[in-house]
Design a protein around this ligand. Structure first.
Ligand code: ADP
Ligand code: MG
Ligand code: MG
Length: 252
């Protein structure tokens, strides 16, 4: 589904990713870990198509196509969903309206009929129920004044509505309470199926108590330096990153 080969990325002339390789197959959930500042968010932004991140070498193939040739909206239309560490606030725009419009845009791109308000409300209520969430977020302005946990809930709600092919979740390094982590995990676990893949970026092992990743990767020095199963995450939690390479201790 996703094939990243020898990816080099710079921002403002500074090299951040230096030869990153990653392969993700349909049905797989991968966790990407690594010290703060190692480039985890940079990778998610390159996948989303943020233009300030310059790809200086390498390639990214998504479902057989050159991902880097696709505009950000086209990527979304092809089923890529990105949950960012810091979601945007859209004051004055009602959240129900926002979610409804996002879903209809994606449905249109998939060649499916748009949903009217009634059908959308029925669907969103089902999704809320599946996530054990209440309706209060729907009535508010998009992310405006939302707590970290509320933003996370809203993002997961959006993800379950859009039913992406490939979802990237860039987790905040701190500040999420255990209930918010459980919502994220519930979203990932609910969406898990043989056709869909997910990349969960996380600084801490904690989230992986609730999500069982198929593969865990460690990013450092701009590339993936170690991959393993869930036990790698447990090892990182217990020992930090220093045992892989001593100079990482500080960064972690
Ligand atoms: P992580 O998500 O692993 O903590 P990031 O991808 O956010 O790491 O950052 C990797 C490196 O790139 C850091 O040194 C950071 O300072 C730098 N960086 C990220 N975004 C920018 C930017 N917009 N301008 C300048 N430097 C950046
Ligand atoms: Mg960071
Ligand atoms: Mg980050």
């Amino acid at each position: 589904m996703l094939h990243i080969n020898n990816l080099h990325v710079s921002i403002n002339g500074k090299a951040i990713l230096n030869g990153l390789n990653l392969d993700i197959k349909p049905g797989e959930v991968h966790a990407l870990m690594g010290p703060n500042g190692s480039g985890k968010s940079t990778l998610s932004k390159v996948l989303a198509g943020r233009e300030e991140y310059i790809v200086t070498a390498g390639s990214i193939t998504y479902q057989g196509q050159d991902l880097l040739a696709l505009a950000p909206e086209e990527r979304a239309h092809q089923g890529i969903f990105m949950a960012f560490q810091y979601p945007v606030e859209i004051p004055g725009v009602n959240n129900t309206y926002f979610l409804h419009q996002s879903l209809n845009a994606i449905r249109k791109a998939r060649g499916e009929p748009e949903l009217n308000s009634l059908a959308f409300m029925r669907l969103v209520r089902d999704k809320l129920k599946a996530l054990d969430m209440d309706e209060s977020l729907l009535k508010r302005y998009v992310n405006t004044g939302f707590s970290g946990g509320e933003m996370k809930r809203n993002e997961i709600l959006q993800m379950t509505l859009l039913e992406p092919r490939f979802a990237i979740l860039d987790e905040t390094d701190s500040g999420l309470d255990i209930d918010a982590l459980k919502i994220v995990a519930k979203g990932v676990n609910t969406l898990r199926n043989p056709e869909r893949a997910m990349l969960v970026i996380t600084h801490y092992q904690r989230l992986l108590d609730y999500i069982q990743p198929d593969v865990v990767h460690v990013l450092s020095g701009g590339k993936i330096v170690m991959s393993g199963d869930k036990s790698l995450a447990l090892e990182l939690e217990a020992k930090g990153y220093g045992w892989i390479h001593p100079e990482w201790e500080e960064a972690a």
